[in-house]
Design a protein around this ligand. Structure first.
Ligand code: NAP
Length: 242
């Protein structure tokens, strides 16, 4: 087992997950990243992490697949020896008004954004409980707190992560495993590239969209500097939800 702490971050080939991986690498973590299919982006993230003189490896699997998640966690433990931080970040949108929402689009979003957290966290907490320490961060969203027309599937998954976070925090506190959620506002990534950003920015008190690094800094804070914080949902949204 290496000297460094180890972080496992899902959906870290691009966007918010990638920024979290790089931020934790800068803090001296070895980093295991997961992704769905974008080999080029995943390889670049791994190379960028390694250039910071820590270890990194990418794992391609579908977080909506329970068995794939269990095998991946096993592989990460074999490769890195332990997992100190788990960031359940991978997510998708399949937006549309509820009246016309297909069950495929409902299920894809619930499976990828919510059930994935169960599939990943279930095997990971076993090792965290054994080592009597751990930090889990679930990537929720302001949509999970406020609701959003056209995102009934996504808001439901993200609200589910809030309940999951609070319940797990209560169950795992006595084992020194902390569980928190982040509720990002509008962050500039591929996920938000088609939105009318000018209109959105008008409503944001800080008058800008968020950058992936804004979320990454909060993940690093929760991992490194927040030993007495658990069960919280931290809004990182430029003041959009006040
Ligand atoms: P993004 O740029 O679209 O990146 C999504 C990441 O998730 C990619 O690494 C992708 O891998 C991976 N992924 C997607 N489906 C997957 C699957 N089935 N299995 C494994 N990995 C999968 O998204 P983002 O904007 O960074 O969002 C990251 C998280 O933050 C999501 O949970 C999102 O809901 C949440 N969030 C985002 C915003 C925002 O404004 N951007 C706001 C609130 C919450 P590939 O590269 O291989 O496709």
């Amino acid at each position: 087992m290496g000297e460094n702490k180890v972080a496992l971050i899902t959906g870290a080939s691009r966007g918010i997950g990638r920024a979290c991986a790089i931020e934790l690498a800068k803090a001296g973590y070895d980093v295991a990243i997961s992704y769905a299919g974008n080999d080029e982006a995943a390889n670049k993230t791994v190379a960028d992490i390694k250039s910071l003189n820590v270890n990194a490896k990418a794992y391609k699997f579908d977080v909506a697949n329970k068995d794939a998640c269990a095998s991946a966690v096993e592989e990460v433990l074999k490769d890195f020896g332990k997992i100190d931080v788990l960031v359940n970040n991978a997510g998708i949108t399949r937006d549309g008004l509820f009246m016309r929402m297909s069950s495929e689009n409902w299920e894809a979003v619930i499976n990828t954004n919510l059930n994935s957290a169960f599939y990943m966290t279930n095997p990971v907490i076993k090792t965290m409980i054994k080592q009597r320490s751990g930090c889990i961060v679930n990537m929720s969203s302001i949509s999970g707190l406020m609701g959003n027309a056209g995102q009934a599937n996504y808001s439901t998954a993200k609200a589910g992560l809030v309940g999951f976070t609070k319940s797990l925090a209560k169950e795992l506190g006595s084992r020194n495993v902390r569980v928190n959620a982040i509720a990002p506002g509008f962050i500039q990534t591929d996920m938000t590239k088609d939105l009318d950003t000018e209109k959105i920015t008008e409503h944001i008190p800080l008058k800008r969209l968020g950058q992936p690094e804004d979320i990454a800094k909060t993940v690093k804070f929760l991992a490194e500097d927040a030993p007495y914080i658990t069960g919280q949902v931290i809004g990182v949204d430029g003041g959009l939800v006040i």
